[in-house]
Design a protein around this ligand. Structure first.
Ligand code: SF4
Length: 414
């Protein structure tokens, strides 16, 4: 492995605003739990957050907490505790690290936000299996632990064409949550409030798309690694004006970078796509390593997963069902490949980095010949890195960097 020159990430000024928004979000939830109102719902990342917010719940996303455990490199302290109660080291390491941290009575929230001692206790747990079955098991564990109701939506998987029957089935399931949520929240369902929330989610999603698409410029002002940090409000605060205002500010800053020709990676020579989960505990290291190779990893399936073009406030239930079923992870390999082909053209990419994430087969697309098929159809180079979202025992830094260097050399020779 060649000697590595350390390259610092370029700071985005809006980061300060985002940190304040995220702090306010967690403190508001902590205050609500201590006061007993408003009620708190836990929701999977692409669960029916708009409905929960419109019903007056504050919404906690355990996957966001899982990502914090990964990013703070504490996940490996906790995974064995979940393994000890029967949750395998081979299943989702968000699940095992989150449950393990709970069992140990610790959370990275305490360090980031003094005064917060625990994750916010839920009044209800609401999942959508559009991403995987693990979320149902994960929420099921907490439902038994906290003795609170669990409810959810079961989505079709491996979908080639999203049809009316898929959408109707999911829309009916979302609507059927309303009576139970009314009872738990003590609030009556208000269609107008749901429409307003869906409208705000749509606006947030459109702005997030524009933010990500600034990366189509040469040089790119924004990387996948930046995206994993700045996606926070799109994940936990979609459906609020706070998230909309944040992305307006971020977009203005990135457009200014584009006007001035500012590159996120100085001397950008190679433009890459990241397919799969982030390796949360190695984000900084990987971003600096790619930057030292003059490679800008500037687009990804992961960050794009919070773009929901289908939201329509006129049809809140149907459009939520459609948006949450059109999701990349729900689709067949044929559809996923078409999607990535479009990305390669739109972002003028030279290559694709696949992350084979040991404990998340659902967000791993390198195991059934996809890299080989894309190499043939697109004439792009690909590399597969073996690792994990949170369990760093599955990741070899030396092996990965050697593979990435060899991949960049191939691009150089092209
Ligand atoms: S999609 Fe993967 S990372 Fe996300 S909850 Fe499911 S198994 Fe975990």
């Amino acid at each position: 492995m060649a000697e590595e020159t350390k390259v610092k990430r370029k700071r985005i000024a809006a980061t300060g605003m985002m940190k304040k928004i995220m702090a306010d979000y967690f403190y508001e939830m902590d205050k609500a739990v201590k006061a007993g109102a408003p009620k708190v719902a836990w929701c999977t990342s692409v669960g029916p957050a708009e409905l929960l917010r419109a019903m007056g719940f504050l919404v906690h996303f355990p996957e966001n907490h899982g990502a914090m455990l990964g990013a703070t490199r504490t996940a490996n302290d906790y995974i064995p505790l979940a393994n000890a109660i029967g949750y395998s080291p081979d299943i989702c390491s968000y699940l095992t690290s989150d449950v393990g941290a709970y069992l140990k009575g610790e959370t990275p929230l305490s360090k980031a936000y003094p005064g917060i001692e625990n994750v916010p206790k839920p009044d209800v747990l609401v999942f959508n299996t559009n991403q995987c079955r693990d979320v149902q098991d994960w929420f099921g564990w907490y439902s038994r632990e906290f003795k609170v109701p669990i409810m959810g939506i079961n989505t079709h998987r491996g979908v080639r064409e999203v049809t009316k029957s898929h959408i109707d089935s999911v829309a009916r399931q979302i609507a059927s949550l309303v009576p139970g949520l009314e009872e738990i929240s003590g609030n009556k369902f208000d269609l107008e409030r749901l429409q307003e929330t869906v409208d705000l989610s749509l606006e947030c999603s459109q702005l997030w798309r524009q933010v990500l698409e600034t990366a189509a410029n040469i040089p790119s002002p924004f990387t996948f690694f930046d995206g994993t940090i700045h996606m926070g409000p799109a994940v936990v605060l979609r459906g609020t004006k706070t998230a909309v205002d944040y992305y307006k500010a971020l977009l203005a800053e990135l457009n200014d970078r584009v006007d001035k020709g500012v590159a996120a990676v100085e001397g950008e020579r190679y433009r890459l796509y990241w397919e799969g989960m982030p390796i949360w505990g190695r984000l900084r290291d990987l971003s600096e390593f790619f930057a030292h190779l003059k490679a800008s990893v500037l687009a990804s399936t992961y960050c794009n997963s919070w773009i929901f073009d289908a939201f329509d406030p006129k049809e809140p239930f149907g459009s939520m069902a459609k948006a949450y079923t059109l999701l990349f992870i729900v689709r067949s390999d044929e559809e996923k490949e078409k999607y990535i082909e479009d990305m390669v053209t739109k972002f003028k990419l030279d290559g694709i980095v696949f992350h084979d994430s040991k404990t998340c087969p659902n967000n791993t697309n390198s195991r059934y010949g996809m890299p080989e098929r894309l190499r043939e159809s697109l004439d792009v180079n690909t590399v597969t890195i073996f690792g994990d979202l949170n369990d760093l025992r599955c990741y070899s830094e030396e092996q990965s960097k050697t593979n990435i260097e060899a991949f960049i050399e191939q691009l150089e020779r092209k």
